[in-house]
Design a binder for this molecule. Structure first.
Ligand code: B4P
Length: 195
């Protein structure tokens, strides 16, 4: 399986991506996690990314593409993977398609779209800001991230819907119940239609 996690900030992509990676025994790569680690370590990548992240804007495409290119080349990603937080816009989605083709890998098989309403998203992110002190989980930045999601990332639903890849799952409620819904939906999508 080659899975893209798609959803608004705070929709649970990271949470569900981790559970799915364990369930299917495939690696997960999160551009958000990689960028935060780079910021913490003070690497050149982190220094370039920090201002955009703190403002709730997208980091430049060429920075995140490098992260994903490296990850997909690793031997453990050959038989399947989950990407969380990438692609974030149509240009990144096109790069992902050509990266896979260039590596001789099959294309994306599922786009797991977690649907969560805006009030719940704001509630979750502000709660995490208090609990974990993530610098982009404050009121002003959260509103920006939601606006950027609507303008840049939501169009990916059309990009992938044309290929029949979008699996929309209600992302509200018990975490384990959401995971079970995703697994059941993907099982149906993987079942060959009888001739
Ligand atoms: P990300 O780390 O991807 O942040 P995010 O979209 O806000 O999602 P996140 O993973 O944090 O939230 P999740 O839904 O898992 O990106 C951060 C920044 O990095 C971006 O703003 C951008 O600047 C930059 N960036 C990353 N990728 C990029 C790219 N490709 N291109 C350009 N820039 C990029 O979870 C949220 C919270 O909800 C958690 O606290 C969780 O515990 C909670 N939660 C999960 N499921 C729940 C449930 N069922 N009920 C209640 N709470 C739940």
């Amino acid at each position: 399986m080659r899975i893209v996690m798609l959803g608004a900030p705070g929709s649970g992509k990271g949470t569900q991506g981790d559970l799915l990676a364990r369930h299917y025994g495939i690696p997960k790569s999160s551009t958000g996690d990689a960028l935060r680690a780079a910021v913490k370590a003070g690497t050149p990548l982190g220094l370039k990314a920090k201002a955009a992240m703190d403002a709730g804007q997208l980091v430049a495409d060429e920075l995140v593409i490098g992260i994903i290119r490296e990850r997909l080349q690793a031997p453990d990603a050959r038989d399947g993977f989950i990407v969380d937080g990438f692609p974030r816009n149509v240009a990144q989605a096109e790069v992902l398609d050509s990266l896979l083709a260039g590596l001789g890998q099959p294309p994306i098989t599922h786009v797991v779209h977690l649907a969560v309403d805006e009030a719940e998203i704001v509630r979750r992110l502000l709660a995490r800001g208090v609990a974990e002190g993530r610098s982009d989980d404050n009121e002003a930045t959260v509103q920006n991230r939601i606006a950027v999601y609507r303008a840049e990332t939501q169009p990916l639903l059309d990009y992938y819907a044309g290929r029949g890849l979008v699996r929309t799952i209600a992302g509200v409620g018990d975490v384990a119940a959401i995971q079970a819904r995703i697994v059941a939906t993907l099982a149906v999508a993987e079942t060959p239609v009888a001739a």
